[in-house]
Design a protein around this ligand. Sequence first.
Ligand SMILES: Cc1cc2nc3c(=O)[nH]c(=O)nc-3n(C[C@H](O)[C@H](O)[C@H](O)COP(=O)(O)OP(=O)(O)OC[C@H]3O[C@@H](n4cnc5c(N)ncnc54)[C@H](O)[C@@H]3O)c2cc1C
Length: 385
Amino acid sequence: MDFALSEEQRMLRDSARRMTEKQIEPVLFSHDRNRPLPKEAVLQIFQILAEEGLTAPRLPVELGGSGMRMLDYGLVFEQLPAVVAMGLLGQEVTVARIGLESEREERQRFLPDLIAGRKICCTGTTEPDVGSDPRGVKTRVREEGDSLVINGRKMWITNASVSDIILVTCSAGTDANGRNLLRRVVVERAASPYETREIERLGLRQGHLSDVLFEECRVPKENAIGRSGDAARLLTTTWNGNRPLIGLMAVAMAQRALDAAIEYAGVRRQFGQYIGKKQLVQANLADIAAAVETSRLLCYAALAQIDRGARANGISAMAKRYATTASLQAISLAMSVHGAMGISAELGLEELFRNARMLMVPDGTNEILALIAGRELTGLDAFHD
Ligand SMILES: Cc1cc2nc3c(=O)[nH]c(=O)nc-3n(C[C@H](O)[C@H](O)[C@H](O)COP(=O)(O)OP(=O)(O)OC[C@H]3O[C@@H](n4cnc5c(N)ncnc54)[C@H](O)[C@@H]3O)c2cc1C
């Protein structure tokens, strides 16, 4: 077993870091840190990411993607600012879902603009009454001649307010056993308008998280992708990839907090000495560093397991749950090392803390992830009787 990155992986990681510093951060810094970015800024960033193949990393080359290994994607993803990483995840996972589940004609209709970063997309599954149990979605789709008509409301949808395309998880009724028949439908906003409203929230405030309303929203029948009833399986596959990626977002934040705490401990003096000389401050730094290292390794291990084609439900759930929890604690400890400066807006640790807390919810709350890991360990399902 070799824990070192290959030369190629180091180059990939370092070039992603340079892209962030030279091209992406200047766009973020030129806008209010507490307001959602204007759509033009998001498109500008997506076009930078598109140049590196990051708008379709999970889509094979023959389907128009860049077909990256998940671990390599994770190494790059970890270098992106959190708000950009979250928006990118919303975009590229939707591209992957459309690309893997639609026919050639539909792929060609929707994907080129999304992969090039000329259009923005998102996936809408969560609803006001449907969160952790997506199999219960209520947004209805019905057939009418050559059209599908959608009615319902989605909530907490990344990228939705600036989106041109939304992939909506709908209910097409129930099967013979009374189970909800999920169906995925692509809605193009220009042709089939839907309403969105940005939601005020704790962190990731330059990003977009919105309500979406569909009222008699009519789309061509061909916009339904995948086989009816297949949507739940596809959701699980993509969630397995998303979870360690979100874990790595948390790791990146904890790493920044660690770097800041080490620096501060080396310049701040109390009782006539640098605080970094105090054993308890060193213990805090050691705990933060341990959280960063263990979380990162677990997320990399989960992504590598996906690359090997092995079942990754348990380790992916564990990786996100562990990394988001450990990183939030690590950031809090780094705030402690800074004393009152830790809670000042000036230093940015409070923003890291707010942003990191956001990561405990999407793609499985910590409770849901514990139940998934528990199911893998015991073979017993806590979700259903
Ligand atoms: C930053 C962010 C981005 C998001 N992006 C998207 C997106 O792009 N698309 C999308 O569709 N959704 C998105 N979401 C929504 C997210 O997927 C849901 O919020 C999440 O699945 C939880 O659903 P809920 O908020 O309705 O909580 P609920 O499901 O109502 O859960 C409430 C509480 O009950 C607990 N709970 C629920 N069931 C159980 C159980 N069986 N056992 C133990 N505890 C349980 C939960 O853990 C939680 O603590 C996003 C959310 C956030 C915060």
